[in-house]
Design a protein around this ligand. Structure first.
Ligand code: SF4
Ligand code: SF4
Length: 450
């Protein structure tokens, strides 16, 4: 596909599914800035790895971007104030994924960065990288950690850990994930359209940190505007754009790496095992902001969508704002809204309350209607094999679900229960309505570790 890449781009992977994408609801809505909120709640663990400890005390004044929590562990990321304000008493909050974690509330006080000025700071303007020579790879990784950057695609894995060089595992490819294969979600697509130059700058910075020579942005071919914007921004730079097939879960790391580089990540392995670092396009933009504008990760773009919300939008919001504030900005829920999902319909979590805070990993809020969630009763497995046919990891979902249900942990291990990425393809394809992913998830939690 591209003469300068050291490998041919295959553009697809085996198996997977093609669910209705629902992206038309918000895809054409330019990113809007959420009006200033009066309070935010910063969870001290909203990333993979060790939780942060507070580095501020109640009643302390903090400025936007000021560090309020940190940890010494290698796999962790500090958290920062997303408004100017006053710190409240530390307490516990329920996150969208139902985990209970410690949090720091901040009451907004004084002037706030908002509207166009906030948009320009996070997404807009030019991103010149002339000063990149002054940054060593190690200094970039350290700054990325200090800025609290984690994967914004949903996994929230600390980005600095991916960028630190590992002599035993050299990297030759930096892959930017712009696939956004989850139905309904359009935040990454809008970022690529509206902040393509920032993403390209962030990609070049991240590539310098991890040592990659090839830099590729993978975008599903149902996003022609994003592909065009990224290609234009990448002109004259080492960054390449690869249009890949629209198929779920193309955005999974194993699937994107295979589709773009042809390399197969072993079971239980990481992209690093095949010389690849994968970061989300929004994460790349955050890297550019950290290095070029000295900005910490305080805001992100969230898609608020679904037939159950009045006006679907893509919103630039402070980390810590409530789901309620975002939904109100979209005109509120419609009377037929029946379920709120954090993330997309395939991998998201049903949330029990709108008073949960946006975290760094919140990519979308989906309001489904009673029609969307109408379910048929679970019936017996008819051994049709569809779940096996669609599993992108070559697992046997029906066997895994049965083993989890019957707590046959030796069988579950033999069939690689822990390798399941919970993509939901099997449950989507199952004509018997068996909750395969829920059973596998439950099995992962209950299976004894040895
Ligand atoms: S078994 Fe896991 S990886 Fe395979 S389709 Fe089901 S959820 Fe996806
Ligand atoms: S798709 Fe459902 S019914 Fe068919 S084999 Fe798998 S679990 Fe059984």
């Amino acid at each position: 596909m591209n003469a300068t890449l050291n490998f041919p781009v295959k553009g697809t992977f085996a198996r997977g599914v093609h669910p209705a994408d629902g992206k038309g609801l918000a895809a054409d809505r330019p990113i809007e800035v959420l009006p200033a909120v009066s309070q935010i709640v910063i969870a001290l663990q909203q990333h993979t790895g060790a939780p942060c400890q507070a580095v501020v005390v109640p009643k302390q004044q903090v400025r936007l971007g000021e560090k309020i929590g940190d940890a010494e562990a290698f796999i962790s990321a500090p958290v920062h104030a997303a408004v100017n304000g006053v710190v409240g008493r530390q307490s516990v909050v329920t996150l969208p994924n139902a985990r209970h974690v410690k949090m720091i509330p901040i009451t907004a006080e004084g002037e706030q960065l908002e509207g166009r000025a906030l948009y320009d700071e996070v997404l807009g303007g030019e991103w010149p990288i002339e000063k990149l020579e002054e940054w060593t790879p190690q200094a970039i990784a350290e700054r990325v950690r200090d800025a609290g950057i984690v994967g914004l695609g949903g996994a929230a894995f600390p980005t600095s850990v991916k960028l630190v060089r590992n002599e035993k595992k050299p990297v030759d490819v930096l892959l930017l994930n712009g696939c956004e294969c989850e139905p309904y979600l359009t935040a990454d697509c809008r970022i690529m359209i509206e902040a393509a130059r920032g993403i390209v700058a962030g990609a070049r910075i991240a590539a310098k940190a991890c040592g990659a020579k090839d830099i590729v942005v993978a975008i599903e071919n149902n996003k022609p505007q994003a592909i065009e914007a990224m290609k234009t921004a990448a002109e004259g730079t080492p960054v390449q754009v690869a249009a890949v097939e629209t198929k779920y879960p193309m955005g999974g790391e194993k699937q994107t790496v295979l589709a773009v580089t042809g390399r197969i990540i072993p079971t239980g392995g990481l992209p690093l095992d095949v010389g690849v670092v994968v970061i989300n396009v929004g994460t790349a933009l955050a890297v550019a902001r950290a290095i070029l504008r000295d900005g910490n990760l305080t805001h992100r773009v969230v898609t608020v969508t679904g037939a159950g919300v009045h006006t679907p939008k893509n919103l630039l919001v402070p980390v810590g704002a409530t789901y309620r504030a975002l939904i109100e900005c979209c005109g509120g829920l419609l009377p037929n809204a029946a379920r709120i999902v954090s993330g997309g319909p395939m991998m998201g979590f049903t949330v029990g309350s709108l008073d949960v805070p946006v975290t760094k990993g919140t990519s979308g809020i989906l309001a489904l209607t009673d029609q969307d969630v109408r379910t048929s009763e679970e019936t017996q497995c008819i051994r049709c094999g569809r779940c096996v046919d669609v599993c992108p990891l070559n697992l046997i979902p029906t066997r895994l679900a049965l083993a989890a249900r019957q707590k046959e942990w030796d069988v579950a291990k033999r069939y690689h229960l822990m390798a399941c990425m919970e993509c939901g393809c099997c449950a989507y394809a199952c004509p018997a309505g068996i909750p395969l992913v829920q059973l596998i998830r439950m099995g992962k939690v209950q299976m004894p570790r040895k």
